[in-house]
Design a protein around this ligand. Structure first.
Ligand code: FES
Length: 145
């Protein structure tokens, strides 16, 4: 964590509303955000609040080689989604599916209490992506026999 970075307005607003530096860093980390072109798999999920997350990922064997998330939602959703895919990258499908809210929150360090559901949506979107990938991959493999 670099403490000598200039603190911009967005940083100040998020910091004052209860986001840890780590969560703000994830919010601003463009490496995790967006869409992978020609990805092996794409899944989206809309939460009860109306916000939507879209996961694209490339999988080799049972390992997630690359994964990104596009978030149409609040800063909590963006930070959570970004941290969730950072944690999932390089893991097996099973490991990514079993990522917990506690683990994600541990990574983000701190967000406002009312943002727990945003982190939950990130976890659910990732889990849905893994489950759908398995279903589609397995059914394709089964059809080839
Ligand atoms: Fe909808 Fe944060 S308010 S995910």
């Amino acid at each position: 964590m670099e403490n000598d970075k200039p603190k911009d307005d967005v940083y100040s607003m998020l910091s004052e509303s209860g986001y840890a530096d780590k969560a703000i860093e994830y919010f601003q980390n463009r490496n995790n955000l967006g869409i992978i072109e020609n990805a092996d798999h794409c899944t989206d999920l809309t939460g009860p609040c109306g916000d939507t997350m879209k996961v694209t990922m490339n999988v080799k064997g049972d390992r997630i080689e690359d994964v990104k998330i596009q978030v149409m939602g609040c800063p909590g959703a963006v930070a959570s989604g970004s941290a969730a895919v950072a944690l999932a990258k390089g893991r097996t499908l099973d490991e990514a599916e079993s990522l917990t809210l506690d683990e994600l929150y541990g990574e983000l360090e701190k967000m406002p209490d009312q943002k727990v559901h945003c982190a939950r949506l990130a976890i659910k979107t990732l889990q849905k992506a893994v489950i759908q990938y398995r279903e589609q991959h397995l059914s394709r493999a089964a059809n080839e026999h």
